[in-house]
Design a protein around this ligand. Structure first.
Ligand code: NDP
Length: 258
């Protein structure tokens, strides 16, 4: 008697930015465990190299490429190296992100760095990988947005995440029928370096990592994770006044502790 094995989804060549910590690191672990080939990018070379080694000691399936996504030459080097090593890129995951961690964004000496990392870099990296994906008729752009791209909180961070959401949703439509998919993952608060100072109950970044792995098998317009934040997004759209009160309390709590 022959037994039929469950069909495994295909392994893909994935470029993942912001892989040195938090959600990116957890996504790298999840994707490596599912057999995907990974090109890990972030600025902190030590963390990145150690993670690549941990995931694949042979260095054949996971490589680390120290990258500053705000620098054009660094972005180009990342894409060239990934193609040189693995022939092509199946998936680009734009995960690298920053926020204004202390105080008001307008007091930050360079608030626009948030837009450069969270919005400009994903657009420019997409521009670098898209022509080849379109000519092959296959590929996938996965953007890590935020619930802050649905419910406005921090002016500059929300500007970047509303922007990334608009970019993702529109790009998905522009590419319908091309064979290139676009998915947006919008996390709520999860534990990471970015949220280290937040005093809220939060799950670990693995919950987002699993959602990332999920869209690789089944592309989706937008996934809000953890699922409880879906209600918040709906509430914000229907009753923004309620959000005003909630954000006011959150902001007050944040500034009381900064
Ligand atoms: P972390 O601070 O833990 O990770 C941020 C990652 O981005 C790091 O790997 C960092 O690496 C990388 N990064 C920052 N600047 C650059 C740069 N110029 N070039 C390359 N890489 C860069 O935070 P999270 O894991 O939480 O954040 C990941 C994504 O998830 C972000 O886009 C964030 O906005 C989003 N998000 C997070 C939420 C949360 O609650 N944690 C909620 C909603 C969205 P390095 O410093 O080594 O360069």
């Amino acid at each position: 008697m022959t037994t039929t094995q469950p069909k495994q989804p295909p392994a893909r060549v994935v470029v993942l930015t912001g892989a040195s910590s938090g959600i990116g690191r957890a996504a790298a672990q999840e994707l490596a465990s599912r057999g995907h080939t990974l090109v890990l990018a972030a600025r902190r070379a030590d963390q990145l190299m150690a993670l690549a080694l941990e995931l694949d000691a042979s260095g054949t399936r996971v490589i680390a490429v120290p990258t500053d996504v705000t620098k054009p030459e660094s972005r180009q080097y990342l894409v060239d190296l990934a193609r040189g090593h693995f022939g092509h890129i199946d998936v680009l995951i734009n995960n690298a992100g920053v926020t204004v961690e202390r105080g008001w964004w307008w007091d930050d000496p360079d608030p626009l760095r948030v837009l450069r990392v969270n919005l400009e870099a994903p657009i420019e990296l997409t521009r670098l990988v898209l022509p080849e994906m379109r000519s092959r008729g296959a590929g996938h752009i996965v953007n890590i947005g935020s619930v802050a791209g649905r419910a406005a909180t921090n002016g500059i961070y929300s500007a970047s995440k509303f922007g990334l959401r608009g970019f993702s949703l529109a790009l998905r439509r522009e590419l319908l029928g091309s064979g290139v998919d676009v998915s947006l993952i919008a996390p709520g608060f999860v534990k990471s370096e970015m949220t280290a100072r937040a005093r809220l109950p939060m799950p670990g970044p693995e919950v987002v990592a699993r959602a990332v792995a999920g869209v690789l098998d089944r592309p989706q317009r937008e996934v809000i994770v953890p699922g409880a934040y879906r209600a918040l997004a709906l509430l914000e759209a229907a009753l923004p006044g309620l959000g005003d009160g909630l954000v006011r309390r959150l902001i007050r709590r944040r500034y009381d502790h900064s």
